[in-house]
Write a protein that binds this ligand. Structure first.
Ligand code: ZN
Length: 323
């Protein structure tokens, strides 16, 4: 039995997987192609505009409606995902972090993963968080990675920026250049690439300016800046920016204030990473999405199980904004 309409989110598509300890977000070309073929055969893959239209009551949503979205803004979206979705006439939405598109700087999570796996030292001290991590074994590296990534998710943006700078300084510029070549799939799109996707029919939304996690640690001013500046930047480059996806987007990554600011910034739809389907009464600025799994078999499961998370999602939305 099908669940209600579902919004899926991907990150990227890469021709080969180099080292999953460093780069684990992307689907292989084969996996992604198989999923698009499956969706276009058995589902109605609709655009974000169509979804917005249907959510505003102009047309009924069907349980077979699926929307394909991507988060972050990797260059591989243009190189590998775009030709595949084009084959099936699928029009995805890409949520970009405009500061990274402007600077070309890769995401802090990539820097941390790379540094932990390629530092070649027995330990590493991070002065920013006043902690020394052992890197003696695989399990020590995994533990260090887990702790630093958790801190990145839970810290205010000023601390995230400091951790980013310190981790960047652990390796030489030449070493980073070599590693960036090995992990090409982590490269960020530039504006030319974004505009080529728009020409191919992709919709562009915001994923904050700096991929900021809009939790309660961030000040209202930081949250407003992340939402407004990215929206303005996208509108200046592609004409409009109406949709937003919360970085990380799980319940503890979204503060009460974040949703208020998404509304005052003028976004018409906001997407979380909370599981659920688009059925019944929905808060248009806290819509559920499902992370696309790696195989078609698991995708079948995801598309059938979204409805089981509906009540949980609704309870969480109500806890933020009792109606
Ligand atoms: Zn993201």
């Amino acid at each position: 039995m099908l669940s209600g309409p579902t919004v899926l989110f991907y990150h990227g598509v890469a021709p080969r997987k180099v080292d999953l300890n460093v780069s684990n977000l992307h689907h292989s070309v084969e996996e992604f192609s198989a999923q698009m073929a499956f969706l276009s055969r058995y589902f109605n893959v609709i655009s974000m505009r169509d979804l917005e239209d249907k959510l505003s009551g102009n047309e009924r949503l069907s349980s077979r409606d699926v929307v394909v979205t991507f988060d972050d803004g990797f260059r591989n979206n243009l190189e590998y995902a775009a030709p595949i979705v084009d084959t099936y006439s699928i029009k995805p939405t890409l949520f970009i972090s405009t500061g990274h598109v402007d600077s070309g700087m890769r995401f802090p999570t990539y820097l941390v993963r790379c540094a932990i796996w390629h530092l070649g030292a027995r330990s590493v001290h991070l002065e920013t968080i006043k902690k020394t991590y052992s890197l003696e074994s695989e399990s020590c590296k995994q533990a260090a990675l887990k702790d630093i990534l958790l801190r990145l998710k839970r810290s205010p943006m000023n601390l995230v920026r400091q951790i980013d700078t310190e981790v960047r300084s652990l390796l030489s510029v030449a070493r980073w250049r070599d590693l960036d070549l090995i992990y090409q799939s982590e490269e960020v799109l530039d504006w030319d690439g974004v505009q080529r996707l728009v020409k191919a029919g992709w919709e562009i939304g915001s994923h904050c300016k700096d991929h900021a996690i809009l939790n309660a640690k961030n000040s209202p001013m930081e949250i407003t800046c992340q939402l407004m500046e990215s929206k303005k930047r996208i509108a200046s480059k592609v004409g409009h920016c109406d949709y937003f996806s919360y970085p990380n987007g799980e319940e503890h990554h979204i503060s009460k204030n974040a949703r208020v600011e998404v509304q005052s910034s003028g976004y018409s739809l906001g997407f979380t990473a909370q599981a659920g389907d688009l059925q019944g009464k929905l808060d248009l600025l806290l819509l559920p999405r499902r992370l696309a799994p790696k195989s078609v078999l698991h995708l079948c499961y995801v598309l059938q199980s979204s409805r089981f998370y509906r009540q949980y999602h609704r309870r969480w939305v109500q806890s933020l904004y009792p109606s």
